[in-house]
Design a protein around this ligand. Sequence first.
Ligand code: NAD
Ligand code: DAU
Length: 345
Amino acid sequence: MKHLLVTGGAGFIGSNFVRCIFGKYPQYQVVVLDKLTYAGNLENLKDVATNPRYTFVHGDICDAALVDKVMQEYGIDAIVNFAAETHVDRSLLEPASFLMTDVYGTYVLLEAARRFEIERFLQVSTDEVYGHIEQGSVKEDAPLSPRSPYSASKAGADMMVQAYYISHDVPTFITRGSNTFGPYHHPEKLIPLCITNALDDLPLPIYGDGRQVRDWLYVEDHCFGIDVVLHQGKVGEVYNLGGGNERYNLEVVQAILKLLSKPDALIRHVADRPGHDRRYSLDSTKLISLGWQRTQSFEKALAQTVQWYRNNEAWWRKIKGGEFSQYYQKQYGQRLANPGSGQIQ
Ligand code: NAD
Ligand code: DAU
């Protein structure tokens, strides 16, 4: 493998992954194909922009002609697909783009992988495809039980990946990562939303009782896990990639406030997310047996992340000032005006 196509590489995890690949594999060429939706941001890749081994292509993974052109022009021999609509709350408001990108777009990439006979196709998936887990932790063979339009789209993509492996021998791999956090995380998501709101002394909206559990994974460890599967995984297999840091949302938000020396009084319990999954929990033994391990404790990684947002105010202020301010009003306006009231309209 020498020519890697990283789709969705201008987003949060994708941009961190590009840095990870350049740091580790001096012989690799990386082509990023990204539509630059509201979540894509070339500033996330500013530090690699002048690297001669890096090329950026602006475009949509649903555009089969463009994907073919990229495959041919750059002699792509592996695809890592990060491109997706990723925010559960937005999938409740406007699900169409989730179906298009997450399902149809993955199909377009798989077709290209089949026709160009590439060496590896890695689909970046999520623990949300298993649905909420009341007790214990799930292994890779657990049934898929998605409960939001986002997770249903991601599960659809996983099924399509499996179908191309079985029907067409495309050398596929799937990673199912847990809730990831770290630098360049879009401020629509819980951790960066709370850090940036708290820095401005704004209320922190907590859905329902805040006792939902997420398993937090530092972004560098997520990228390392994808790297391990890409290079050492068994073709056709799925690998869970969990943080091993299960926390109540409320605990996480309180930890952020403590790191920023801000009062708990900023917390606002607001109307819950419809269909809110209560808990996710992955058994990552299979990936650990390939040599992957987490390198950061949750507490240390959270402190580093808070510091990154302090140091990179211009990055997040620009995002929060744009399209995001209308989204924020739609998503939180009524909720914050009537804390504890019913579902959003
Ligand atoms: P993100 O929203 O930050 O980035 C998504 C990127 O995809 C953006 O750069 C966007 O412009 C691009 N994109 C969207 N539609 C596209 C299209 N049609 N064509 C080309 N590019 C397109 O997402 P993220 O948090 O970095 O997540 C990346 C992947 O990891 C997703 O597939 C997501 O499902 C998965 N994942 C995320 C997490 C998490 O906690 N963030 C956890 C597990 C799995
Ligand atoms: O589990 C992996 C998934 O993690 C990824 O597949 C998704 O792409 C990613 O967005 C993330 O999904 P979540 O819905 O878990 O992340 P989010 O940051 O939106 O929410 C985390 C938890 O915090 C969840 O229980 C909902 C809650 N929450 C979120 C927001 C934005 C709040 O209480 N208030 C909020 O304002």
